[in-house]
Design a protein around this ligand. Structure first.
Ligand SMILES: *Cc1c(COP(=O)(O)O)cnc(C)c1O
Length: 366
């Protein structure tokens, strides 16, 4: 049975004036709406337990015991999903059951409990109905939901926590990269974000913690993003710190993306773009794709575009690849035609401008 939510109104919400000021230029992840979702879990082992006390309460600090597991052993997973304001004022979201299922796969890997998919989707619904005024309506804008699950039990022994919380916070979001200009990316040859049997296919904070040093290395070379490869598999390209990657073979009407080997996060954007490309009659290959194929493909003109994808940025063109001792030039000048058109179609579906032929959209609020 689905959980019932209780509601405690924020007595000090942002003023309408302040909210409008924020919505005029929301940025990404800078501001948060007036309320948040919390659901408690208690159990033994991560497989047997109970979710309870689902609530909407004022957005604010979470008070935890200093011995809570999250602070020590990093038992935490998260999601990222957007709500879109349609022209009739209603709010919709994109494939929330895919995110709910992924949250549970991530949770399983981190020995955290599964949250029923229905409760996940209802928590988005409850938050957006409470904070509806925070959903922006501008072009390319959205309400970014950040669901996350953390170990809250105060216990320093090493075993799965017996107390856990699930939360959802929400943040108005502008266009993540503004007008998509190709970003140069840094190839880390020093660091990996994931290894065989590790947590690469779980959406957990630890993967991000491990990628930040490479990100800093990239930034010191003028690159905004980092891409990782697997030195043990012929330098197979994996993904960026928080986005999947695609190679467009324009003349062959084909796109290639690294196969899911367990070290790559399965993006909802990635799988949606694969579907849209197939719908267009494009050939889609999910396979091992090596650094030398990238180099040769750009050199001989087979690779005509390279792009990254994820919920936040949707589709972002990649410029040149830089590493400590070599470079691969950009495959295209500016935003490639195919990347751009796939982005437009996906954003069109998400914002209600293009027919939702796969039934991906779910209404959250009228
Ligand atoms: C979240 C994430 C992605 C993108 O997933 P989407 O579901 O498309 O947003 C890709 N790679 C990593 C490492 C991620 O954490």
């Amino acid at each position: 049975m689905a959980l019932e939510f209780s509601h405690e109104a924020n007595q000090h919400p942002a003023s309408e004036e302040r909210r409008n000021e924020i919505l005029a230029n929301p940025g990404f992840g800078d501001y948060f709406s007036d309320h948040m979702v919390t659901i408690d879990w208690e159990g033994i082992g991560h497989e047997e337990g109970t979710w309870s006390n689902a609530r909407i309460a004022p957005y604010g600090p979470i008070s935890l015991d200093p011995a809570a597991g999250i602070f020590h052993y990093g038992q935490s997973v998260f999601e990222g999903i957007k709500g879109y304001r349609y022209s009739d004022g209603s709010v919709w979201t994109f494939r929330p059951h895919a995110n709910a299922a992924r949250l549970n796969r991530s949770a399983y890997r981190l020995s955290l409990p599964a949250l029923p998919e229905e409760d996940f989707v209802n928590s988005l619904r409850e938050l957006v109905r409470t904070d509806n005024a925070w959903v922006p309506s501008g072009d390319g804008e959205a309400f970014y939901f950040r669901p996350f699950m953390i170990a809250t039990e105060a216990y320093l022994g090493v075993r799965p926590a017996r107390k856990v919380q699930f939360h959802v916070i929400g943040s108005p979001a502008g266009n993540y990269f503004g007008t998509p200009e190709p970003v140069d990316i840094w190839l880390s040859t020093t660091y990996s974000r994931a290894g065989v049997g590790g947590t690469g296919n779980a959406k957990c904070g630890g993967n991000y913690a491990a990628s930040m040093i490479a990100q800093a290395e990239g930034e010191s070379h003028g690159c905004k993003q980092v891409i990782f490869k697997d030195p043990n598999r012929d330098d197979a390209i994996e993904e960026l710190g928080g986005m999947n990657v695609f190679f467009v073979f324009g003349k062959q009407n084909k796109i290639v993306t690294p196969e899911l080997t367990g070290t790559i996060l399965e993006g909802v954007t990635r799988s949606s773009l694969i579907q849209l490309a197939k719908d267009r009659g494009m050939e889609v290959e999910e396979r091992k794709f090596t650094l030398s194929e990238w180099r040769e493909g750009v050199a001989n003109g087979d690779i005509t575009e390279v792009f990254a994808c994820g919920t936040a940025a949707v589709v972002a063109p990649i410029g040149k690849l830089m590493a400590a001792d070599f470079e691969i030039p950009a495959a295209s000048v500016g935003f490639g035609e195919i990347s751009k058109s796939l982005r437009e179609e996906l954003v069109g579906i998400q914002t209600g401008a293009v027919e939702d032929r796969h039934g991906w959209m779910v209404k959250l609020a009228d």
